[in-house]
Design a protein around this ligand. Structure first.
Ligand code: CMP
Length: 230
């Protein structure tokens, strides 16, 4: 982890972060002074579930995931965070240990704010609290969606739902109407669908046999009719 503290640069970063969009210049200056920037390499752990800390993290660049990891090292990905997102709000707000382990999914630049600094910013601009609440509600809705999938869908349906979601947001349509997306390993698919790697491998065979998903080099091709398959 490398740290630097260029206040002017940090202020420019902060202006781009949705949660601080309405802070005045004076308040942004105050926030920048207490802001620590750290850089993480892909695969590094930022903090572990159960750690005792209350800092808030703002994503300046890169990608991070929140995961639950069991004693055997199996991982369930709860959420993904990208530029402009924040995490760590749960321990910041209730003082309890961290609810999940945060891992850099790509090289990432993060801003760290101490709890007192963040609460002062909220006093300076109560609009931040409203943005924070909406983000927490959005996360609850996504968590409900994940619980629903785990309770009511089998592994094949969960894998397909995930691939269709990725295809909709990041997919590039080819001439046959298939959506080309970055290939995920079966281990990654397992972590994102709450399944074992073996169960994902079986599901992928069925999906491929039914022409729902094709594996091609470092891509998956997701059929435009994928949802009709299972
Ligand atoms: P905290 O508990 O402080 O540290 C782990 C962080 O992961 C947590 O705050 C949230 O920012 C994030 N997190 C935990 N669970 C979820 C979830 N279900 N959806 C989105 N983010 C989560």
């Amino acid at each position: 982890m490398r740290k630097d503290a260029d206040t002017g640069l940090i202020k420019e970063f902060l202006k781009e972060i949705p949660i601080f969009k309405s802070l005045s210049d004076r308040h942004l200056n105050r926030l920048s002074e207490d802001f620590i920037v750290c850089r993480m390499n892909k695969g590094e752990t930022i903090f572990h579930q159960s750690d005792e800390s209350t800092d808030l993290y703002i994503m300046l660049d890169g990608a991070v995931r929140a995961s639950l990891v069991n004693e055997d090292g199996e991982e369930l990905v709860l959420a993904a965070f990208n530029k402009g997102d924040f995490f760590g709000e749960m321990s910041l707000l209730d003082g309890e240990p961290r609810s999940a382990t945060m891992i850099a999914a790509e090289n990432a630049a993060l801003g760290i704010l101490r709890r007192e600094t963040f609460l002062r910013a909220v006093k300076d601009d109560p609009g931040i609290a409203i943005d924070l609440l909406s983000a927490i509600v959005r996360r609850m809705r996504m968590a409900d969606g994940m619980i629903e999938s785990l309770a009511f869908l089998d592994v094949g349906q969960r894998v397909l739902k995930l691939l269709v979601q990725i295809a909709r947001t990041e997919g590039i349509k080819d001439k046959d109407g298939f959506f080309r997306i970055k290939r995920l390993t079966h281990k990654e698919l397992a972590a994102r669908t709450g399944a074992s790697r073996e169960a994902v491998s079986k599901a992928m065979k069925v999906l491929s046999f039914r022409d729902g998903v094709k594996e091609e080099g470092d891509c998956f091709l997701v059929s435009p009719r994928a949802e009709e398959i299972l």
